[in-house]
Design a binder for this molecule. Structure first.
Ligand code: SAM
Length: 293
């Protein structure tokens, strides 16, 4: 294991290679052994697990994952850091570095190519200290593509973690909470102070565990309409649901009122008061009304 557990060692490695942490790529390197091991523990890695890491950086988490997993496939966008990363992970034969933008990757195809025979059924874990500028896009890329993941253990900004786990009635509850909770069961495993990174970010973080559901949390006949209804409901948080739907769904007022009544929802409520189940019911009645117009 290369020495990556202190600010001075990380600085030394960067200087040696004439590199600087690239802010625009969200490069805040973990320098705390305890936090790295807590992340690995949270992922409950078994020795036959395949783990995907997004943004390995200098490889601190990559090496710790490789100690436990069968194979680690680490996807890094920064071509400048890759030679250093390769040098740092060199002692591990079970680490594969892929130079790519994680947002453009079909992870099932990648994992299949790197770790499984064609016919085998397979599943894998994602473990990452995510670059903060693309936290939500990465999470949604992994979930909406319905990749064969069973677990995601990810470091994100504390504020984003709170939004993801929030329930109805909370100020943090919104589209991100519903979208993630539709596909997964999220929980905050532990909070992380900004002092364990170099360079130090402006905000605190948290490690989130998402257990991916076999089937979505609620049944909906039309998934894209479900998300359209949710976007309409949260387009203006202060608006009542009746007015939100009037703006976002192409139905006359009388039909919107009927849809709400049939779904058992008070039109004077706001989007933030409604549960996933309420949104699912609402979507099914909206679909029925739309198909009759
Ligand atoms: N895992 C390392 C650690 O914990 O010290 C580095 C984490 S750092 C917060 C985020 C890493 O993601 C950086 O190495 C950055 O270059 C990489 N990254 C940024 N955007 C990316 C993308 N679209 N695809 C893959 N990697 C990306």
């Amino acid at each position: 294991m290369p020495k990556l557990y202190s600010i001075s060692e990380v600085k030394k490695i960067l200087n040696k290679h004439n590199l600087k942490a690239n802010k625009s790529l969200g490069q805040n390197f973990l320098v705390d052994a305890n936090i790295v091991h807590k992340i690995v523990d949270a992922a409950d890695i078994l020795n036959d697990d395949i783990v995907v890491e997004i943004g390995p950086g200098l490889g601190v988490l990559t090496c710790a994952l490789a100690e436990k997993a069968k194979k680690v496939i680490a996807v890094e966008i920064d071509s400048k850091i890759i030679p250093v990363l390769k040098e740092n992970v060199e002692p591990y034969e079970n680490i594969e570095i892929v130079h790519a933008d994680a947002l453009k990757i079909n992870f099932d195809a990648l994992v299949k190519e790197k770790a499984f025979d064609d016919k085998e059924a397979f599943s894998y874990k994602l473990v990452a200290n995510l670059p903060y500028y693309i936290t939500s896009p990465v999470i949604m890329h992994m979930l909406t593509n319905k990749f064969n993941l069973n677990t995601m253990v990810i470091m994100v900004q504390l504020e984003v973690a709170k939004r993801i786990v929030a329930g109805p009635g909370s100020k943090d509850y919104g589209i991100l909470s519903i979208a993630v909770q539709y596909y997964a069961e999220p929980k905050i495993v532990f909070k992380v102070p900004k002092t364990v990174f170099f360079p130090k970010p402006d905000v605190d973080s948290a490690v989130l565990k998402l257990s991916i559901r076999k089937n979505p949390a609620v049944d909906v006949a039309d998934e894209s309409l479900f998300f359209k209804v949710i976007r309409a409901a949260f387009a203006n948080r202060r608006k009542k649901i009746l007015n939100s739907l009037l703006c976002g769904i192409d139905l006359p007022k009388e039909l919107i009122k009927k849809v709400l009544k049939d779904a058992g929802i008070d039109g004077m409520q706001r989007g933030e008061d409604l549960s996933l189940g309420d949104f699912a019911k609402l979507t099914d009645y909206v679909l029925r009304a739309l198909s009759k117009t």
